[in-house]
Design a protein around this ligand. Structure first.
Ligand code: GTP
Ligand code: MG
Length: 206
């Protein structure tokens, strides 16, 4: 899929204030600093559409970007950032869960995982929450430029093992990406394109 236009629409902390347009929506979620905002910039061919930072906790609101006037990408705050105060943290968690539980336009979430690390409890717990809430999601492994191809394969194999050990019957659909090297871009965009075609055909709400 070709990206012709990518526009920032609105940032907010209240799901009720998110855009009312009934367009298919894809959300990026994962630990702080995993590369959510960078991936959005890579997918849309922009340097600074979504704000990025080397310091965790950069994205603090729900950010909507309208793509090709036809669907939304949503940049979300990271979870699991220990340095945010308890109060801020619980507010994050509340509006993130509100978003996932009420946003009817959400057709798929991408859970981002840093490919360098072994499975972390917080990610496994978040994916279990998604599974229990019946929210469709895929995994996107990020920062693939930071390790060798051989390590990429072995880390994914280890990840699958850990998912099965945590009672997952199958590995969710996954992608391997690098925002710096633009790897995995077509795979993710083509996937979104396929899902869009399906929902426009089969879901009368869109
Ligand atoms: P929060 O908004 O704080 O939750 O972070 P985020 O998940 O949006 O991460 P962000 O995109 O801001 O990136 C965090 C850091 O990782 C930045 O320093 C990025 O330059 C770096 N980064 C992101 N993606 C990649 C990648 O694919 N490769 C490399 N080498 N660095 C990356
Ligand atoms: Mg961010």
């Amino acid at each position: 899929m070709k990206i012709n236009t990518a526009e920032f629409i609105i940032s907010n902390s209240e799901v009720a204030k998110c855009p009312q347009d009934f367009l298919p929506e894809y959300a990026f979620i994962g630990r702080s600093n995993v590369g959510k905002s960078s991936l959005i910039n890579m997918l849309t061919n922009h340097k600074n559409l979504a704000k990025t930072s080397g310091r965790p906790g950069k994205t603090q609101l729900i950010n909507h970007f309208k793509i090709n006037n036809n669907w939304f990408l949503v940049d979300l705050p990271g979870y699991g950032y220990a340095k945010v105060s308890k109060k801020t943290k619980s507010v994050f968690q509340q509006f993130i869960t509100d978003y996932f539980e009420t946003r009817e336009q959400l057709v798929c979430a991408f859970v981002l995982i840093d490919i360098r690390h072994e499975a972390q409890n917080i990610d496994i717990e978040f994916m279990s929450y998604m599974g229990e809430s019946e929210i469709p999601f895929c995994i996107i492994f990020t920062k693939a430029d930071k390790i060798s191809k051989v390590k990429i394969d072995s880390h994914i194999a280890a990840y699958k093992k850990q998912m099965f050990a945590n009672n997952w019957e199958e590995m969710p659909h996954y992608f391997v990406t690098s925002a710096t090297e633009q790897t995995g871009k077509d795979d993710v965009l083509n996937y979104i394109d396929e899902v869009n075609q399906e929902v426009f055909k089969n879901n009368n709400q869109f």
